[in-house]
Design a protein around this ligand. Structure first.
Ligand SMILES: NC(=O)c1ccc[n+]([C@@H]2O[C@H](COP(=O)([O-])OP(=O)(O)OC[C@H]3O[C@@H](n4cnc5c(N)ncnc54)[C@H](O)[C@@H]3O)[C@@H](O)[C@H]2O)c1
Length: 412
């Protein structure tokens, strides 16, 4: 796709697991995009999806990217495949939307950066919670300047991550398992978006607290930004305390829920055999006849407690919007209602801007590489018990103008 004359961005989906199931409601709710093809290693899922959406099923990423009816390849496959699959699509001039993390090493990420530069095709790395509408609203508020410079950013999230059903490699740090390459990229993206992008150094302690899940399940990390701001990140996936308690029991995807401390761990313990766990995870992938969930008290996705302290105010970001605290008291800054459940449409904003308006996303390949660099440094800092200085950080790129939801408004 080369101009705004073609209104709908045609997305080929690769990987029909949990990530796609979370993005699919936003894709089908958004007039600017349409599903145009599919690849999955699981023949049953691939066939069901292709039938339901009446799109071609392809045998490989290369074949999907070569399809003239596909503008963008959406990579929702295991992390270790992202770099090679992205490079394969970019080599054919096809744009890429790739789930976090961009890859598992900075070296691999830089291959994607180079492939994007060489082909001129765009990369958007997402979804991460930096795309959440309330977070974007705060970024816009910071840009206005009334709150002053950002000083401290606090991101704290406790939940059940480590005990949700996992593939074996998701419990092996060397293969991208544990929280550092799965959950921490959300936190790093969030604080880099709000802190300007350029992390100077990382000091972290990460913990393996359960020998039966032998990968990092929690961390506390200090990020020092070039401009002088600092961020503290805390995450625990051990299924005990849950920060949803602080958001009125609205879950990470914006859905109302009940307290259920320990239930994910108990469900795993109730399995007849640990060998049954991957099948439990696979059952959460695409199923024939899928329809999008209906909004019922849903709010925006969030990633636990997010507090930003600026020169003249503190701001708390929550699933219903922003709360600004200053000398005049507390005021609420609401954000627009959700457009899908979960609402991940801001990823599609960036995709549309990149593909149709030729405006690179702030979350491009270089940004994704910089986030992975922080994740790599978290592992190294924790193991070596020292501060790590970074070398591949990039500043935040800000969009020029807001993009309307209605493609007709583009004059297309
Ligand atoms: N943004 C988010 O909130 C979010 C949520 C979940 C997962 N993710 C990311 O999405 C990615 C996938 O995670 P998941 O939980 O969906 O995994 P998953 O195991 O649920 O799904 C992976 C899918 O990829 C398919 N697959 C595996 N190898 C393939 C290959 N060579 N070619 C084509 N298809 C192949 C599998 O059959 C499966 O359907 C990960 O990188 C993860 O970090 C992001």
């Amino acid at each position: 796709m080369s101009s705004a004359s073609q209104t709908r961005v045609r997305i080929g989906v690769v990987g029909l697991g949990g990530a796609t199931m979370q993005l699919l409601p936003s894709i089908v709710a958004d007039e600017r995009v349409v599903i145009a093809g599919v690849v999955d290693a699981d023949e049953r899922a691939r066939r069901d999806f292709a039938d339901d959406f009446a799109v071609p099923a392809h045998e490989s990423v290369e074949a999907l990217a070569a399809d003239p009816g596909v503008d963008v390849v959406y990579l929702a496959t295991p992390h270790a495949l992202h770099a090679d699959q992205a490079v394969a699509a970019l080599a054919q001039g096809t744009h890429v939307l790739v789930e976090k993390p961009l890859s598992l090493t900075v070296a691999d990420c830089l291959r994607v950066v180079e492939a994007s530069r060489a082909s001129g095709a765009h990369v958007v790395v997402g979804h991460t919670h930096a795309f959440d509408r309330p977070v974007r609203a705060l970024r816009d508020l910071l840009d206005v300047g009334d709150l002053g410079e950002v000083a401290m950013i606090t991101s704290c999230n406790y939940g059940s991550f480590l005990y949700r059903p996992r593939r074996p490699e998701e419990l092996d740090t060397r293969l991208g398992g544990g929280i550092v390459f799965n959950q921490v990229p959300h936190q790093v993206d969030l604080v880099r978006l709000l802190g300007g992008g350029l992390v100077r150094s990382v000091r972290s302690s990460a913990f393996v607290l359960d020998p039966s899940r032998p990968t990092e399940g929690s961390h506390t990390t200090f990020l020092d930004f070039e401009g002088g701001a600092a961020a503290s990140l805390v995450y625990s996936g051990y299924d005990r305390f849950d920060t949803d308690e602080l958001t009125g029991w609205i879950d990470e995807n914006g859905a109302p829920r009940r307290p259920d401390h320990g239930s994910a761990s108990r469900a795993l313990r109730a399995l007849p055999s640990p060998a049954d766990e991957p099948a439990l995870k696979a059952a959460r992938g695409y199923q024939r006849g899928w329809t999008p969930p209906i909004a019922d008290g849903h709010q925006h996705p969030h990633f636990g407690l997010l507090l930003v302290s600026c020169e003249r105010a503190d701001v708390r970001v929550g699933p219903s919007g922003l709360q600004v605290y200053d000398i005049d008291g507390m005021r609420k800054v609401p954000v627009e209602p959700v457009a899908a459940v979960p609402d991940k449409t801001a990823v599609l904003d960036d995709l549309y801007r990149a593909v149709v308006l030729h405006e690179p996303s702030a979350h491009d390949a270089a940004w994704g590489a910089a986030t992975v660099e922080v994740c790599e440094a978290i592992v190294a800092s924790s193991r070596e018990r020292r501060e790590i200085t970074l070398a591949h950080q990039v500043p935040l790129r800000r969009p020029a103008v807001p993009v309307p939801q209605d493609p007709a408004a583009q004059g297309a």
